[in-house]
Design a protein around this ligand. Structure first.
Ligand code: NAD
Length: 454
């Protein structure tokens, strides 16, 4: 779906008029293509107090083919920066926040187009000292505010590292690379926790899914089709699932990516078994399942009948849980292997609620509750469970929203535009990477820092 306003104010005469009138001009976001460099300009890397993760971050930046320069209060930047990474894990006193400001402000000022700010902090829930906990929580406020001030497609995000995950380049690499790269084009204003875990890094971090089998539900169109394509690009064999009525579109997607089409209604009683059977035909076990299929049946809560209520909960929540039960049974051939990944698609409606969507919000908030609990339960099997919560994404679903409501949905975020289905796909693929072993039980928003539920 096209965003006519963005096109108008970014071209020729429209650009001149918009600039004169001071109208918002959404930036054209840099998006990932195979072989693209991590950053278009150097990354400034700095450390507050005696943090140990800045050095690790610097190493990751350099190993990824980007240039790194030191960020200090005295640094004068010769040209534009592609990113700023600040290790604030050791910030413990309110005075340390002044050091953070002094390092960060000149570097943020020097950021070029599609610039990235990534702050590294210590998980506040793990801290006993009150001032240190307050200071670390303060990082979230700083990051969110910078995200709202950045222009030209810039994003700001925060990685909260557990104490035993700090200074560990293997745990940090996948999350940091994702947030620095254009794969995170529509992820801004978000904190993400990284916990200690065993990490097996892929040989080629740009194609981490070579040799893996990935199931994507609801893959015939929209976000699901985009997710399937991202996994295929990154090397996976994708089993694309959708209802029989969408069979033709499903076959087109599966053919395009050299994957397998599986016509299946995920609410069927034997859905889990049929997915496992399809996996078993080509692999020992499943590496990743992405629960993307979802429906809306909007109505004001007071007018919602049992059918509207139940059908949305059945597709968006119950079906996922039933399928996972089968795939997590170690005796099932074609089930999820230990070290495998589960990623679900939630929604910002599940965070902020939405008029006419109590059933949908119940299902999507339910998904978030599910991944938090299940992620915890499956840590001993090294299986990670996460969700993404997309905001306004340009799809057939959102093209049906009345014009004025749609325009509001598109603009009330820091990037002043809707996201593309591929932005959700990139984020899901990041969460299930081998290198993302330290990220589990979390919900990552893909919403351009939307005000909804903020
Ligand atoms: P869509 O309607 O374009 O695609 C959903 C796909 O799921 C369709 O191909 C449909 O046939 C399939 N599906 C529905 N019920 C199924 C079932 N019982 N069994 C198997 N397949 C089934 O929607 P979309 O916009 O691509 O959304 C994908 C996911 O993202 C959904 O979970 C949705 O709730 C979520 N989401 C979308 C947005 C957005 O802005 N578009 C925002 C937040 C969350």
């Amino acid at each position: 779906m096209t965003d006519t306003y963005s096109q108008l104010v970014n071209n020729g005469m429209g650009k001149t008029v918009a600039t004169r009138l001071g109208l918002p001009r959404p930036a054209t976001l840099r998006r990932y293509e195979q072989g693209q460099s991590l950053l278009e300009a150097p990354a400034a890397v700095g450390t507050v107090a005696d943090g140990t993760s800045g050095q690790a971050a610097r190493g990751i930046v350099v190993a990824s083919g980007a240039e790194a320069v030191d960020a200090t209060p005295e640094t004068t930047y010769a040209g534009k920066l592609g990113a700023v990474v600040l290790d604030a894990t050791a910030a413990a006193t309110i005075d340390d926040l002044e050091q953070l400001r002094a390092i960060l402000a000149p570097a943020v000022k020097a950021l070029g187009k599609n610039g990235r700010v990534v702050i590294l902090g210590t998980t506040p829930a793990e801290i006993d000292d009150v001032e240190r906990a307050a200071v670390q929580q303060g990082l979230e406020g700083i990051m969110r505010s910078i995200g709202k001030e950045l222009r030209a497609g810039g994003t700001a995000n925060l990685l909260w590292l557990d104490g035993d995950a700090q200074g560990d380049a293997a745990l940090l690499a996948a999350p940091l690379r994702f947030l620095l790269s254009s794969r995170s084009a529509y992820v801004s204003g978000q904190p993400l926790r990284v916990r200690s875990a065993q990490v097996s890094e892929a040989d080629d971090w740009t194609r981490p899914y070579v040799g893996q089998t990935v199931v994507v539900t609801g893959a015939a169109r929209g976000i699901g089709a985009a997710i399937a394509k991202v996994y295929a690009r990154a090397g996976a064999h994708v089993i694309a699932v959708d209802i029989p009525a969408a069979g033709e579109a499903l076959a087109t997607v599966a053919n395009e990516i050299g994957g397998t089409a599986l016509q299946l209604d995920i609410t069927a009683a034997d859905a889990g078994r049929r997915i496992a059977d399809a996996v078993a035909q080509r692999a020992e076990a499943l590496d990743v399942i992405v629960h993307n299929a979802g429906i809306t049946r909007d109505k004001l809560f007071v007018n919602t009948d049992a059918d509207r209520w139940g059908s949305v909960l059945d597709v968006n929540l119950r079906a996922e849980m039933r399928i996972d039960d089968v795939l997590l049974d170690p005796s099932v051939k074609g089930g999820l292997r230990d070290g495998g990944r589960i990623v679900s698609v939630a929604s910002t409606s599940g965070i902020g609620g939405n008029r006419g969507q109590a059933n949908y919000a119940a299902s999507k908030a339910g998904v978030m509750g599910m991944v938090r609990r299940l992620g915890e339960q499956l840590r001993d099997r090294q299986i990670t469970v996460n969700a993404v919560a997309p905001g306004f994404i340009e799809t057939e679903m959102t093209s049906k929203i009345p014009f004025a409501t749609r325009e509001v949905g598109r603009r009330i975020n820091s990037l002043m535009q809707g996201g593309q289905p591929v932005d959700v796909g990139e984020t899901i693929a990041f969460l299930s990477e081998p290198g993302s072993a330290g990220v589990t039980g979390q919900v990552l928003r893909v919403c351009g820092q939307s005000q909804l539920g903020a």
